[in-house]
Design a protein around this ligand. Structure first.
Ligand code: FE2
Length: 278
């Protein structure tokens, strides 16, 4: 259960760490399911997922993945000859972005009773599950996620996005845990990722001040921990150069009572509307 003290802490810091939120068996089921999706994936459809600022995904494979299940390679997955450096299941950056609606195992994980209760305790009138990502952060080549605010990529008017991030394995500084800037969710969102009517995308930056790296703190958490992230909280994660993977699952929730602009990159087809949690 989420207490009022938890919610006060979330309001103060912009994040909330809930250790032991999900049991190890449920984490293992999700990891096994993700492994199956990757084994069934045909790598001819290649998209290298780049999370660095200024190298945003502009290809259709990414932009049309909002209501599909697609796999994205790590930037460093391939050598200079175009061959995989590691096994396929250690080469994928992430799966996205609608497993929570299209896959039974992901649906059950995302709408477990405890998740429904948590989401209903958040300041959202009509919580909707917008986006899911399974993040592998594989050994040796797991890419950096540069500091960002989720509301840059997923926005409503007014802003409502909240991220639910699960450590499916122990997340440490060594294997690329989250880093966050406590309390900085009170600052404005500094940029917006815009999809134009013609399908092109751009980052509309209102403040390009460098993020102060010395303000960020590591969130080292054990397997089964859920981290809540306010949509305006700056956060990121370092590359994984260690021999251990750092699998995580994230689910982004918005308030259906807020407007959802057509300039969001993530657009669902009319026959696949967003769903709530019950
Ligand atoms: Fe994020």
């Amino acid at each position: 259960m989420v207490s009022s003290a938890h919610l006060e802490s979330f309001d103060r810091d912009g994040y909330l760490v809930l250790e032991g939120f999900t049991d190890a068996a449920a984490c293992d089921r999700l990891m096994a399911r993700a492994g199956k999706i990757v084994r069934d994936f045909s790598p001819e459809e290649i998209s290298v997922f780049l999370a660095h600022d200024g190298s945003l995904n502009k290809d259709d494979y990414f932009l049309n993945s909002g209501d599909k299940i697609r796999c994205f390679f790590e930037e460093d997955a391939f050598d200079e000859n175009g061959a995989l450096r590691q096994a396929l299941d250690r080469s994928i950056n992430k799966i996205g972005h609608a497993m929570h609606d299209l896959d039974g195992v992901f649906d059950a994980f995302s709408r477990a009773d405890a998740v429904c209760e948590l989401v209903e305790a958040l300041p959202l009138k009509e919580p909707l599950a917008l986006q899911s990502m399974y993040i592998f952060k594989p050994p040796h080549i797991g890419g950096e996620v540069t500091f960002h605010q989720d509301a840059t990529y997923l926005y409503t008017e007014p802003s409502s996005v909240i991220g639910l991030w699960w450590a499916l394995e122990d997340a440490t500084i060594e294997n690329g845990c989250l880093w966050a800037w406590p309390g900085a969710h009170r600052q404005p969102v500094r940029s917006r990722f815009i999809r134009e009517a013609d399908g092109s995308v751009r980052n509309d930056v209102t403040d390009d001040t460098p993020w102060p790296a010395d303000q960020f703190v590591p969130l080292e958490v054990p397997k089964g921990t859920l981290v809540l992230l306010h949509g305006a909280l700056p956060h990121g994660s370092a590359p994984n150069r260690s021999a251990r993977s750092r699998h995580a699952y994230s689910l982004h929730v918005i308030d259906g009572a807020c407007a959802y602009p057509a300039t969001n990159w993530l657009q669902r087809s009319p026959d696949r509307p967003l769903r709530g949690f019950r």
